[in-house]
Design a binder for this molecule. Structure first.
Ligand SMILES: Nc1nc2c(ncn2[C@@H]2O[C@H](COP(=O)(O)OP(=O)(O)OP(=O)(O)O)[C@@H](O)[C@H]2O)c(=O)[nH]1
Ligand SMILES: [Zn+2]
Length: 333
């Protein structure tokens, strides 16, 4: 028995030794590869912003405006467009050595349902809608909840104000105005209201979201006449060009401010959220939450419900209550 245990211990010792040698060899190899990648010597630490990314490689804009193709130091988590980073010059390109805390993130679940960030440090979510295709108030409310959840200020943007059907949206506009959401009316086609839009975009990083066909591309093209050219340049620097369409890119607007844009971001939708987050996203509910008779009130038919009382008194609109119920009914949790 004793013998056997001794043997086992000795065997274990040998196994441990082999494993530790293997792991040391792997670490040395990784350090060597990293050093080779970085070209040995690294320059001073500098601040920068991720303008676009392609897996482990990214385009970083340095403080002086120069664009540097960087790769990510091995121990860092993946970065996204909009990230504020510290990078160092290497023999060829640069190395991102640290990432600053994000002030906000737009996330979307991946195929396995895990939330993945699409872009970071966004100040403003511009929710575009139009008279045609007919807007679904429910969709606007979903975006407003998503903005609230991400801690990003929303701006409602009615495009195609040139269409005669725009008049029919007056009740909807007045509802959102009464809730104190900022709202602008523009026409990308007629160029109407573009000055006011440029003003709210200045000094901020914004993202356009909204239903297909509302005119997001038209708006972006008007604000950024040479965006197509910039995207062309991006695929050139990406080398392989395989990631060029999926990754978001940060554009500097000639009129001031930044726009983070990609087809994926434009179709951004409400990710997995809790009922509490949805409730918090309906700003007119806020002061009434916690005032229902039952703590777990679902605000459906319960007696003593503060939201139902506010609905009856006209302080909460039927349409918003309907939206709320639809959103909550669609939650997976
Ligand atoms: N009348 C009018 N039509 C517009 C305006 N802006 C865009 N459109 C038209 O609306 C249609 C859709 O515009 P897009 O810019 O492709 O819309 P989008 O939101 O980018 O659509 P997706 O790419 O499908 O997400 C096009 O036929 C545009 O010409 C506008 O201000 N007024
Ligand atoms: Zn209630």
């Amino acid at each position: 028995m004793t013998n056997k245990r001794h043997l086992t211990r000795r065997q274990q010792f040998r196994i441990d030794k082999i494993q530790s040698e293997r792991s040391e060899r792997a670490q040395r190899k990784q350090a060597k590869t990293q050093l080779a990648l970085e070209g040995g010597e690294l320059g001073e630490e500098q601040s920068g912003r991720v303008i676009a990314h392609f897996g482990q490689a990214m385009e970083v804009e340095a403080a002086d405006g120069q664009m540097v193709r960087c790769h990510l130091r091995a121990n860092l988590p993946p970065l996204v467009t909009g990230d504020k980073v510290i990078w160092r010059q290497a023999a060829s390109g640069g190395v991102v050595v640290a990432c600053q805390r994000r002030s906000s993130e737009l996330c979307r679940p991946d195929n396995s349902g895990r939330l993945r960030p699409l872009a970071a440090n966004i100040d403003q979510l511009i929710i575009v809608f139009a008279p045609l295709p007919t807007p679904h108030a429910n969709l606007l409310d979903r975006y407003l909840v998503a903005a609230e959840q991400a801690g990003i200020a929303p701006l409602l943007l009615l495009n195609k104000a040139d269409l005669p059907e725009a008049g029919m949206l007056a009740p909807m506009l007045s509802l959102y105005r009464s809730l104190k959401f900022p709202l602008l009316e523009v026409s990308a086609r007629a160029g109407q209201g573009m000055d006011a839009l440029q003003k709210v975009l200045a000094d901020k990083a914004s993202v356009f979201v909204g239903q297909s066909g509302v005119g997001k591309s038209s708006l972006v093209n008007r604000l950024l006449p040479d965006a197509g050219r910039a995207i062309g340049e991006l695929s050139g620097t990406a080398g392989k060009g395989t990631h060029k369409t999926s990754s978001a890119r940060l554009f500097h607007l000639p009129s001031g401010g930044d726009l983070i844009d990609s087809p994926g971001i434009r179709e951004f939708d409400l990710a997995h959220v809790s009922r509490a987050a949805v409730e918090a996203g309906f700003i007119e509910f806020r002061e009434r939450l916690g005032q229902c008779r039952f703590r777990d009130c679902k605000h459906q038919t319960e007696p003593g419900c503060a939201l139902l009382a506010a609905l009856a008194e006209g302080h909460i609109s039927e349409q918003r209550m309907h939206s709320y119920r639809q959103i909550v009914a669609g939650l997976r949790a």
